[in-house]
Design a protein around this ligand. Structure first.
Ligand code: HEM
Length: 543
């Protein structure tokens, strides 16, 4: 099934300006004083509707010590941080010449994503740019009836009881990677962990989606996907010309997507011809709430996500997904799962290498609970410190750090008028660092996620997976994966920063990357050695 993106009308066109009212607002915003919602947990829509709307200030970066001003195009993080410090809850700026309103108050964001979600959709730059590639899959679907149907059908395949069945594959793939490290790295040798983790996450997601039975096709899929992702990554840094213009890179992109689609067709064909009778009744993905029926196993064999999606039935109309839509969804799942989890893993180990006392606490927990055996799903509950390390990584280095919405109709947020057509920008990197909600936000402190310290926190101040009906469908999958991978690696390896290595800074791309990648010295460890003992012959923990 060939991708159709060159035949579509120009997808990356800048949306129409928001009209005279928006220009008037921009003008009044220029003269406005910074505005902050008076109550941190406050009323989502602020002052009474009859009150005059409060102006939205336009972000005007001030000079830094060296005399320069941060610009969004060259220093996105610096620009946004400075504006958030100065304006707090809400401000506006221009993104590729288009007016954008930034929301940075948890209640306001909640109103857009949850309370008044029917007033907003995804017909907005960030998603329009990639729609020619991701097409009508969940990530880029603008919203509405097709979206709701797809989400309803796919949700059961991502329930905790179903994800639990994928845990073994996640640990297995990680163990396979670590076994290879025994050959690949001498103790103390520097490894490119960003690269290692990008291969690992791709192996995990293709195994989960397509199971082990289709190894060769999965490898071709992974190669085509990596090429797609590289070209898309470059496109995001400079999104011109639109993807509909057939430049050599865009042609390669189209070919790579065609190769991915062909692989998915093979997977589907393979699944259809080998599908056992009990799967044809459409029950597989619909059940599974209790982890007994509908779990991804058939006669001891693994059932993959693809099978679950192929068999998904809409509870409202009784229909299933057509093949074209299935292709789109598979692509969206891989894209959603790949860079986000890769970056989260890379950040986790970078931070641990910089914070030996946190690493030591993690090792103590891992060694005590696992006592040398590989982790299972049952260990997730008994390793709360590891879970907190994951949560704190997702706070400080939230990989899916920015998302956008378009206002379909006028709204009032925190007393500010949001005109119909306005582009709304939200950024969890900023939100997760607001000092009003986070004590010492620049400090990596997993214990801020203990139940006691979480108790008084604003309930919408943490949203690495978004919120509302479009919250990440893979949230549970990602948390299980990150937790299991952390336990499996921490049990066998530790990492140190090479002498003289400069601090790794966040690099803002579509997702938030560790700039320059994570390169650390790899050292096998022995259980209970506090990270200093000699490795076993194959780098495995010596119990
Ligand atoms: C640390 C890892 C991950 C993070 C931080 C993350 C974050 C997010 C966020 C913030 C959104 C919402 C975007 C918005 O509202 O505009 C989202 C959506 C989505 N994510 Fe994830 N994600 C992660 C892992 C995954 C995984 C593992 C999968 C699949 C297995 C996945 C699949 C998706 C899909 C399909 C959507 C679109 C959902 C919808 O609109 O209905 N993500 N993700």
């Amino acid at each position: 099934m060939a991708p159709r993106f060159f035949r579509q009308s120009a997808p990356a066109r800048t949306p129409a300006p928001t009209g005279a009212s928006a220009r008037a607002e921009a003008a009044s915003g220029a003269a406005a004083r910074p505005s902050t919602d008076p109550s941190p947990s406050g009323s989502p829509s602020g002052p009474s509707p009859s009150a005059a709307p409060r102006p939205i200030p336009t972000a005007r970066p001030s000079r830094r010590a060296d005399g320069s001003r941060p610009r969004f195009s060259s220093d996105q993080v610096g620009f946004l941080e400075q504006a958030a410090d100065r304006y707090g809850d809400i401000f506006r700026f221009r993104l590729f010449g288009m007016p954008v309103i930034v929301l940075n108050n948890p209640d306001h964001i909640h109103q857009v994503l949850v309370g008044n979600r029917h007033k907003y959709d995804k017909e907005v730059l960030l998603y329009k740019l990639v729609r020619p590639v991701l097409r009508n899959g969940l990530i880029t679907n603008p919203g509405g009836a097709l979206y709701m149907r797809q989400r309803r059908m796919m949700q059961p395949a991502f329930r905790p009881a179903v994800v639990a069945r994928f845990g073994e594959g996640m640990t297995d793939e990680t163990t396979r990677m670590l076994d290879a490290w025994g050959e690949r790295y001498r103790p103390g040798e520097v490894a490119d962990l960003s690269q290692e983790f990008s291969e690992l996450t791709l192996h995990i997601v293709t195994r989960t989606l397509f199971s082990a039975q289709v190894g060769e096709t999965a490898r071709r899929f992974a190669a085509a996907f990596t090429e797609t992702n590289d070209i898309l990554g470059r496109f995001f840094r400079f999104p011109f010309p639109p993807l509909s213009v057939p430049t050599p890179a865009h042609r390669r992109l189209r070919e790579a997507i065609g190769r991915m689609d062909a692989c998915v067709s093979e997977f589907i064909e393979h699944s259809t011809t080998t599908r056992p009778a009990e799967q044809t009744d459409g029950q597989t993905a619909q059940a599974g709430q209790d982890g007994t029926s509908g779990s991804p196993s058939r006669g001891g064999q693994d059932i993959d996500l693809l099978h679950l999606l192929m068999n998904a039935v809409d509870e409202e109309d009784g229909g299933s997904m057509d093949l074209e839509q299935l292709h789109h969804e598979v692509l969206n799942i891989v894209v959603g799962a790949y860079e986000t989890t890769t970056n989260a893993m890379a950040w986790t180990f970078q931070v641990l290498a910089e914070q030996p006392e946190i690493e030591a606490r993690l090792h103590e927990e891992v060694d005590t609970v696992l006592a040398g055996r590989p982790p299972t799903m049952d260990d997730l509950r008994s390793t709360p410190y590891a879970r907190r390390v994951v949560e704190e990584t997702l706070r400080m280095y939230s990989p899916a750090w920015q998302f956008m919405r378009r206002a379909r109709e006028e709204d009032t947020v925190g007393g500010h008028r949001i005109p119909a057509g306005a582009n709304i920008y939200m950024n969890s990197y900023l939100l997760h660092r607001r000092p009003e909600y986070w004590e010492n936000p620049e400090v990596f402190d997993p214990d801020r996620f203990t139940p006691e310290r979480s108790a008084g926190r604003h309930k919408h101040a943490y949203m690495p997976f978004g919120a509302g009906e479009r919250i990440c469908i893979g949230q549970h999958f990602a948390l299980v994966e990150l937790h299991l991978v952390l336990l499996t690696i921490a049990q066998r390896y530790r990492f140190t920063r090479p002498a003289g290595q400069p601090p790794v800074k966040p690099k803002p791309l579509t997702t938030l990357h560790p700039g320059g990648g994570v390169h650390l010295e790899v050292r096998p460890r022995a259980t209970g050695d506090g990270g200093t003992g000699l490795p076993g012959a194959d780098g495995r923990a010596a119990s």
